[in-house]
Design a protein around this ligand. Structure first.
Ligand SMILES: Nc1ncnc2c1ncn2[C@@H]1O[C@H](COP(=O)(O)OP(=O)(O)O)[C@@H](O)[C@H]1O
Ligand SMILES: [Mg+2]
Length: 637
């Protein structure tokens, strides 16, 4: 994957934004609680000022307030008076008159009573601070959880809507990694990082304001190492991103291998390739480890670097601030200095998380790109804007000069012309690889023709609603693909709307499946094992036939439906097919001719071209290819 230009990145961020902004109320509630948290964090540290400057200084003036509640009541009155008299702005200096009044009050209070008052304050403020912290967390959890859910929903929808072509090119493991791991990374490191960093930034700003108010010069000294620090961070960010991209790619490969191998267990075991597969997997796994370690080597540097930055800053401030206190003309009290140090060190912690976040965001933006790639993927086969409804086949399906190729350089089908009339039974025969399955796949738009057109009652199928078009076909393929669900659900799968039990049983009876289903321990409620392994091949195939006809589609396609079966099962399935064919337009694909002799017409396909069309007897007389197939067919039986 190549590096995206900036505009693309912004578009991807926009995508994330669109996913989140409908939950703006959680975001807003989160922000408000976050700001309150930052505010109370700031207030909590200013409490050390009276501790050092009034409590520990001892009593020097006449005492008016002897108890902690006496002081608190007086302080509360001052606060009310202040807010009654002054116009309060966000500017911290507007609070100065209040602060001066409170200082006077503290001088008139017994130190021990003041100490108790401060403790009450400390408790209340920490309680509030932590309540807001928790609320903030919960609001963001709600926001993040919903965003993840929506993102996965959207991605799965996109995967479902892709054409078969997409699945020829993309592996399932890759999709899983994108949907699970990448979504997780984005939500963990992006959404949380963004909001945590807002909280941390606001905390930093609150502490910064306090530090500046306490001593501006000292504050300026304390940020002297910042430029060097940000340069290092920038360098590391680029490295982390590079490795993250490789790591996610490796992960996709890894899961694709796992998926493929586990799905082909029978072959792996039969050919004793367990060790070889293990080694192949280990190789990818090791490579992933190497990448991961390199990326972690950079991202773990974050904390030490920012810690060292804090240490240097701290040392500078202690030296400079310390000498200010010792200087009699310094006008810097011990209480102020202690508060300054508190503010500074409290600022350094969120600062550290902000730098950590920086590398997280770098990682997450790689994952966001990978997600966006899926979401922006348009299906090759989709509804035309002016697509029309079509619920029945009225006269015929016409193929006009149909050409098709999977890859640009190799034509699989060339200039196919023929017509399938309503009610006809058409067979397509030809040797393996001649393009029969491909041709069938074009009829219900698993792929679109490259040239020419397929028309249904004169309407190009690309102008028919995809859903309607596919609803007209019932398809039974060579390998019976069933789901790990009940037999009932597997049959009902073939209908687009709810079907009654009666319909299901009728379909099963036509497909000659009812009898063996009744004999299963749970009958129609029997849950199939993975890939239907608790049924025989012939039974699975008959279930597939029941599934194909349950929705009562006017056209049936059987693509070598019996070729994987033994003779006895084949006979049963063939009977089922014959029963299902009644009153329908049918396309039977076969390479064994015994199954197609009774068809109305037979199309002989070789190397992607129609060689001859006719009935069995006609073709036997005048089609060389058919005669050859006939000979070979007889040999194999
Ligand atoms: N998904 C695909 N991608 C690329 N080539 C394909 C794909 N499926 C089939 N082909 C090629 O198209 C040709 C026709 O295949 P197919 O329609 O499956 O033949 P048949 O069903 O007659 O055995 C073959 O040469 C095959 O290699
Ligand atoms: Mg085939």
């Amino acid at each position: 994957m190549i590096d995206k230009p900036d505009s693309k990145r912004k578009a991807n961020l926009g995508l994330l934004w669109r996913m989140m902004h409908k939950y703006w109320y959680y975001g807003l509630a989160g922000l408000v609680t976050m700001l309150l948290y930052a505010l109370f964090s700031g207030v909590s540290i200013t409490l050390v000022i009276p501790l050092f400057d009034f409590v520990f200084k001892g009593r020097s003036q006449p005492v008016i307030y002897n108890t902690w509640h006496g002081f608190l009541a007086a302080a509360w009155e001052e606060v009310l008076l202040f807010f009654g008299q002054h116009r309060v702005t966000l500017n911290p200096s507007s609070f100065e008159p209040l602060w001066a009044r409170l200082q006077d009050l503290m001088r008139l209070t017994d130190p021990l009573a003041l100490l108790y008052s401060i403790c009450v304050f400390v408790f209340v403020i920490f309680l509030l601070k932590n309540i807001f912290f928790y609320a903030n967390r919960m609001f963001f959890v709600a926001l993040r959880g919903r965003t993840i859910r929506d993102l996965r929903k959207l991605m799965f929808g996109r995967y479902l809507s892709q054409s078969m072509d997409f699945y020829n090119q993309h592996q399932v493991g890759d999709a899983i990694v994108r949907m699970v791991n990448d979504v997780d990374t984005v939500s963990n490191q992006f959404i949380f990082s963004i909001f945590n960093s807002i909280r941390d930034f606001s905390t930093i700003i609150v502490y910064m304001v306090i530090a500046i108010m306490l001593n501006t010069r000292l504050f300026l000294y304390s940020i002297i190492v910042l430029p060097l620090f940000s340069l290092t961070m920038n360098f590391m960010g680029r490295k982390i991103k590079k490795y993250s991209r490789r790591i996610q790619g490796q992960l996709s490969t890894m899961f694709s291998v796992v998926e493929e191998v586990l799905n082909s267990m029978k072959v792996v075991k039969a050919f004793r390739k367990e060790a070889a597969e293990e080694e192949a997997f280990n190789k990818i796994n090791r490579k992933h480890l190497r990448m991961w370690q390199r990326s972690m080597a950079y991202s773990s540097l974050n904390v030490p670097i920012s810690e060292m930055n804090s240490a240097i800053t701290g040392i500078l401030v202690i030296i400079l601030g310390g000498s200010l206190i010792l200087d009699p003309n310094g006008h810097f009290s011990l209480g102020n200095f202690t508060a300054f140090l508190f503010a500074l060190f409290s600022m350094l912690h969120p600062f550290k998380t902000v730098t950590q976040m920086y590398s997280d965001i770098k990682k997450a933006s790689v994952s966001l790109d990978r997600i966006a790639l899926v979401l922006n993927q348009q299906s090759q086969v989709a509804d035309a804007p002016d697509a029309v409804d079509k619920k029945s086949l009225d006269s015929c399906i016409t193929l006009e000069n149909v050409c098709f190729s999977y890859k640009p350089d190799k034509e699989v089908l060339q200039n196919i012309n023929f017509e399938i009339k309503k009610g006809e039974k058409i067979a397509i025969v030809g040797s393996s690889g001649s393009g029969k399955t491909t041709l069938a796949n074009l009829l219900n738009r698993m792929y679109d023709v490259t040239k020419g057109s397929i028309k249904m009652d004169g309407i190009d199928i690309r102008k028919i609603k995809l859903d309607d078009l596919r609803g007209l076909f019932g398809v039974v393929g060579q390998d019976s693909i069933l789901f790990t669900r009940s037999i009932r659900d597997n049959i009902a799968y073939g209908a687009s709307c709810e079907v009654s039990d009666e319909d299901i049983i009728t379909a099963a009876k036509v497909a000659l499946a009812d009898e063996f289903i009744q004999e299963l321990p749970n009958g129609y409620d029997q849950i199939l094992q993975t890939k239907g392994s608790n049924l025989s091949g012939g039974q699975r195939q008959r279930l597939c036939i029941a599934r194909a006809i349950v929705g009562n589609p006017p056209i049936l396609i059987f693509d070598e439906a019996t070729s994987a079966l033994d003779n006895i099962s084949e006979r049963m399935v063939q009977d089922a097919i014959d029963a299902a064919m009644l009153d329908r337009t049918v396309i039977i694909i076969a390479h064994r001719l015994s199954t197609v002799v009774s068809c109305d017409r037979i199309v002989v396909l070789e190397q992607g071209r129609v060689q001859c069309v006719g009935t069995h007897n006609e073709l036997l007389q005048n089609c060389k290819h058919y005669q050859e197939l006939h000979l070979h067919g007889d040999e194999s039986e």
